[in-house]
Design a protein around this ligand. Structure first.
Ligand code: SF4
Length: 464
């Protein structure tokens, strides 16, 4: 056995489970990168590992249950468990730590965004290997570290935490106030990702439009040049960088502040994808007030019209809550009218469900569960009809598609996404068998395709 193989076989093995949203995923990527750099081997199983790390989600009750169940499973199958992530910051009924209360035998518990604390716990329980062959293991993305997404797309987290206090949300109590990453670091990571083969960069945070607010938009540096810590400057620089590599930049979690208007020309000029993920949550000013939503005073319908006038190709994705405490028939009707008028391209909707620790639990007028669910279903019927019509309008068009799946070089077809589809949350483009025998499809490459039909939330296309 060679030295390198021997080292890999004897390196301490850590089982890793990542639950939760893209922000939690980027925390997992940081921890995995550090583990790999220090010579630990990471695996996806509990059994046979020397220790297990579970990155948890603590947002809605179902996610809390899934996280607690996963910790329980890891304890049963392995016994040595470190817990990190949003659930780790959540208090239990007695005011102590919820995870410790439910699973007292875990080795350590940290909150989200705590790479160093997790590494300290790992070092205490499974000493760091000293092996020149394993230390500083190189990986495809250099300074950007290890990514858990397929190689051709990656999430880029630009800030941590949030300054808002939406009444249905406990994220600020779990992740703290907004802390923007230095713009130079963000751009350096983006460049490493593009250089490593990423063709689609998904910008994420809790509140992307607020990037830089906490540091008063201070001037940072990148490549020796001054650049403001602000969304417009960041989006422009990312777009220019992406262009060099023939890649896409997609913006998520953008709130409809007036400052977003200046991003639209970047979309029209092709630097950034004409796609905005804007979590509106509701339309009625009184509900938005009870929710304490950011930008609730903005005239959202007018803002959308102005965005579409500036960039007619714009696709808007959003999420909504139906049946928020106190929601009247009239307020719900306002939401349905808003959907019709705003023609939101992609919408998801939750029936309101109380999150323990959220301020909304103290609001009066909790609606019966059946009514909340009925309103969700009525909302989705409207949203799906809009979305289906929008998809139908694409039939006959030619679109650029990023290939996600193409067995056998796509000789029998494959699957991809257009600018209108973010991974995991939107539809896909089903690619038919190419007409030309010489045409191949490769994962992570773009192909042009003619849209020939629709299938549910998806498009069907002929690659050429
Ligand atoms: S903007 Fe509101 S919903 Fe989003 S993370 Fe902040 S408090 Fe939560």
């Amino acid at each position: 056995m060679s030295n390198a193989l021997h080292s890999a076989a004897s390196a301490p093995k850590i089982g890793f489970v990542s639950l939760g949203c893209p922000k939690a995923l980027t925390d997992s990527e940081l921890i995995l990168t550090q583990l790999s750099a220090e010579g630990y081997q990471t695996v996806k199983t509990f059994r046979g590992a020397d220790l297990v790390i579970v990155n948890t989600c603590g947002f809605i009750d179902d996610a809390v249950k899934e996280s607690l169940d996963t910790i329980g499973e890891a304890l049963t199958e392995n016994g040595k468990v470190i817990v990190t992530g949003c659930l780790g910051a959540k208090p239990g009924a007695d005011g102590g730590n919820l995870v410790r209360q439910m699973h007292p035998s875990v080795l350590a518990v940290t909150g989200p965004h705590a790479t160093q604390e997790v590494m300290d716990a790992v070092h205490r329980n499974l000493p760091k290997p000293h092996d020149p062959f394993m230390d500083l293991v190189p990986n495809a993305f250099g300074v950007a570290g290890i990514k858990l997404t397929p190689r051709h797309y990656a999430y880029l987290k630009i800030s941590e935490g949030c300054n808002h206090r939406c009444t249905f949300c406990i994220i600020p109590s779990l992740r703290g106030n907004l802390v923007s990453r230095p713009i130079g670091d963000v751009l350096t990571e983006a460049q490493a990702l593009f250089a490593g083969g990423v063709k689609e960069l998904l910008v994420v945070s809790q509140d992307t439009s607020a990037y830089g607010v906490d540091v008063q938009y201070r001037t940072g540096f990148w490549n020796g040049k001054p650049i403001k810590t602000r969304l417009f400057e960041l989006a422009q620089a990312l777009g220019e960088l992406a262009q060099e590599y023939g890649a896409w930049v997609r913006l998520h979690y953008v709130y409809p502040y007036p400052s977003v208007d200046e991003i639209l020309p970047l979309m029209t000029s092709g630097l950034v994808l004409p796609y905005l993920d804007v979590p509106f949550q509701h339309s009625h000013p009184n509900v938005l007030k009870r929710m304490k939503r950011p930008a609730s005073g903005e005239k959202n319908l007018e803002r959308i019209e102005c965005w579409r006038a500036a960039c007619p190709a714009l696709v808007i994705r959003s999420t909504f809550i139906a049946g928020f405490p106190g929601e009247t028939d009239e307020e719900f009707a306002h939401l349905l009218e808003f959907m019709q008028a705003a023609q939101i391209d992609r919408a998801g909707c939750f029936a309101y469900s109380p999150v323990s620790g959220a301020a909304a639990n103290d609001l009066s007028g909790m609606l019966p569960a059946e009514l909340r669910e009925e309103r969700r279903a009525r909302f989705m019927a409207v949203a799906e009809a809009i979305s289906a019509e929008k998809l139908r309008q694409r039939v006959g068009a030619t679109m650029q598609v990023l290939v996600d799946h193409a067995p056998g070089l796509g000789k029998k077809g494959g699957r991809g996404r257009s600018f209108a589809d973010a991974p995991e949350i939107d539809g896909v483009v089903e690619l038919l068998q190419p007409e030309k025998i010489s045409k191949t499809l490769k994962v992570g490459e773009f192909t042009k395709a003619r849209i020939v039909g629709t299938r549910g939330h998806d498009l069907v296309a002929q690659p050429f």
